[in-house]
Design a protein. Structure first.
Length: 150
């Protein structure tokens, strides 16, 4: 089981496909990742979440962001550009979790500040395994920033 040292991990998922969002939620549960998953459907909602605007006024700061690249209104690239240039959010690791396996998407994501790039497996068992591996790495091995500014 994957456990955060003090509290549950806060994950912000930016995903416009409800079926894919459900699979991430299911995979986290199946992989026994102890996390609070917060789901928004595009980059603009992601920014609203981070800036705690209106309906997101009481949301926690995410420890990690799972980001799909292809979304309406504001896509993943635009979202990454916005938060990686903002001193308040640039330290939040972004895991690109997308169906794209195109090399230019991989390169562009890393250039914009992604911490990891994962192509979503099509098979449910492989998808759960991928989420488990992400969890083991990011929530057990890696020390995430606490979001506190010195």
């Amino acid at each position: 089981m994957i456990v955060k040292a003090s509290n549950m991990i806060e994950i912000l998922l930016l995903e416009d496909e409800s079926a894919d969002a459900y699979l991430v939620k299911l995979a986290l549960r199946e992989a026994q990742v102890l996390a609070n998953l917060h789901h928004v459907v595009d980059g603009q909602e992601g920014l609203d979440f981070l800036h705690k605007t209106e309906k997101y006024a009481d949301t926690p700061r995410p420890d990690l962001i799972f980001l799909d690249l292809n979304m309406p209104r504001m896509n993943g690239y635009e979202f990454m550009t916005s938060i990686k240039t903002n001193p308040s959010f640039k330290d939040i690791p972004i895991i690109v979790l997308t169906t794209s396996d195109v090399e230019k998407d991989v390169v562009s994501s890393y250039e914009l500040g992604a911490a990891s790039y994962v192509t979503k497996p099509v098979d449910m068992t492989q998808f759960i395994s991928a989420i488990r591996q992400i969890g083991e790495y990011w929530f057990t091995l890696v020390r995430l920033p606490r979001g506190e500014k010195i």
